[in-house]
Design a protein around this ligand. Structure first.
Ligand code: H2B
Length: 97
């Protein structure tokens, strides 16, 4: 399905729903960093996100060390931030601690 990059106004409006996320202009995506009690909690969270991502056919770029998870959402097919990233960010927020 075709997906387009959000324009600046749409991006700014969407970001108002996502106070835990910051827009990274260089990456043309949004970032959220999380910290958990230990690796098992962090990886458990990543597993839940992976299931959501696979269902949506939209996948995060992320980095994990022990109890830290750093997430970048951008849409490769659109060359930047799209509504798919906003939808996945909202779904991630709903299961984040
Ligand atoms: N994830 C992300 N983040 N961006 C994409 O453009 C994307 C994806 N495209 N997951 C999907 C898979 C595409 O490659 C498949 C073929 O639908």
């Amino acid at each position: 399905m075709q997906v387009s990059k959000l324009d600046d106004a749409a991006r700014d409006a969407a970001m108002e729903q996502l106070p835990h996320w910051t827009y990274d202009n260089d990456a043309s995506g949004i970032r959220r960093n999380l910290r958990f009690g230990d690796f098992a909690e962090a990886f458990g969270f990543m597993t839940r996100v992976a299931i959501l991502a696979e269902k949506a056919d939209h996948h995060p770029e992320w980095f994990n060390v022990y109890n830290r998870v750093e997430i970048l959402l951008t849409t490769h097919d659109a060359g930047g931030l799209s509504q798919r990233d906003i939808d996945l960010a909202l779904a991630i927020d709903a299961i984040a601690p």
